[in-house]
Design a protein around this ligand. Structure first.
Ligand code: 6PG
Ligand code: NI
Length: 193
């Protein structure tokens, strides 16, 4: 852990393994209950367990005042008509915000809070998204290339996946006639829920 100011490259792919001190790969099998189309999931898993997204983190002491940062890289693709996406989470410390900066690709950041509100913001290169405190967030790749975003959040925020695991996000993003379309989970046919 560095305790003097320092810099690190985020665009140079070849330096990722040295620029960051933690690397997570999420494979399709770990996202079973996230995608609606179980049949499509079964078919895909029958021929392998691909990486759906990766996270490179520059971790800091998990104390107030420190900021954790990193890269989130979501592969292009879909399970049935549902675009590849991250698990999605609230921060355990709810009143902690997050900033996402899109470096490459196109997609959406799906967000919701516990008051029943939902927000969807677009990812495109050069665009920043500010996730206000108390909003869960999930990155969704609606493009044909990797969706690469740089994120920053309070290092003591923590990740609460259970809250989202319990209900799923209220909205889902499907390709309808090739167009990313926001759909109410409740309106998704039962066999796909
Ligand atoms: C965070 C960030 C971000 C996020 C990744 C992967 O709080 O750490 O939101 O790094 O973790 O985009 O998404 P999941 O954590 O939902 O798998
Ligand atoms: Ni987060």
């Amino acid at each position: 852990m560095k305790f003097r100011p320092y810099g690190f490259p985020i665009l140079d792919l070849s330096q990722r393994d040295t620029a960051f001190d933690n690397h997570i790969e999420r494979r399709l099998s770990s996202l079973r209950n996230k995608f609606s189309d179980d049949e499509a999931m079964r078919e895909m898993l029958a021929s392998g367990d691909p990486v759906i997204y990766e996270v490179y983190e520059s971790r800091r002491p998990e104390v107030a005042g420190e900021l954790a940062s990193g890269l989130s890289i979501v592969r292009p693709g879909s399970v049935g008509a549902e675009y590849f996406m991250t698990k999605g989470h609230y921060h355990s410390v709810r009143d902690t915000a997050e900033i996402y900066y899109c470096l490459q690709g196109q997609g959406l950041l799906l967000m919701e809070n516990e008051e029943g509100d939902t927000a969807v913001e677009e990812f495109r290169p050069g665009r920043v998204i500010y996730v206000t405190p108390c909003w869960a967030h999930r990155s969704i790749n609606t493009g044909r290339e990797e969706l690469v975003t740089f994120f920053v959040y309070p290092a003591n925020a923590g990740h609460d996946y259970e809250a989202i695991d319990a209900t799923g996000f209220r909205k889902q993003i499907f390709a309808q006639n090739g167009v990313p379309t926001i759909v109410e989970r409740a309106s998704v046919p039962k066999r796909l829920q």
